[in-house]
Design a protein around this ligand. Sequence first.
Ligand code: ADP
Length: 236
Amino acid sequence: MLQLGKAWRPVSLVRCKTTLIMGPPGGGKGTISKKLIKDFNFHHISTGDLLRTQVRLGTPQGLKAKSYMESGDLVPDELIIDMVLSKVEDISSSRVLLDGFPRTRVQAEALDKKKQVEIAINLAVPNEEIVRRTSSRWIHPGSGRTYAYDYNPPKEEGKDDETGESLIQRDDDKPAAVKARLQEYDNQTLPLLDYYKEKGCLRQFDGSDNPDLVAKDRRSDAIYASLKPFMQGSLG
Ligand code: ADP
């Protein structure tokens, strides 16, 4: 029988799969993204990381974004849309994971014009847990390495494992900013869940299939235990 080689596969089978990871601030998007990249070889774009890099480098975009980020507000749509879409266009990988974008309706509509969203994953984490998690999160400002005192604490309290330099709390993890971020999330980002639900690509995970892990304060592990088999089924 005639075997069709890889080069003859119909284009529709190799088209780009864009996956979104959404959820409240400090809800574990970064942790879950790392696991997805390792297991599924995604090209990862995190808007929080992109913005923090611009701030660190002192670029015009970084200078503009800094004050919004420190006070827990979303940066203006036009700034983030240009930054993300120019990256998205450059990617040749067939699997893209967008982490932290879109967060507003305007951003979602701008993305739709460039890429088809295949799967929108929402991490549903209660607000009380967010407040607790963010207050225990510390970072090494030079590298962006993140520690959580209750989850992956540094070997020595207050010090980065690799350099021994002091850890700091992100300005936007301080209590007043966390409150503002949750408010922004409720007002601007939560409505996007309906947007993706209507398109039929929303999948919600809250870890409740694995209550023992949630009870041990390991909600990200509980979520991933359900998310991983779902992704295996979806991505093939
Ligand atoms: P978190 O999800 O914990 O809020 P991120 O690292 O994803 O943290 O984002 C940090 C900050 O960067 C946000 O509080 C916001 O100020 C800004 N930011 C990130 N992504 C976006 C976006 N898509 N639109 C507007 N602002 C954004």
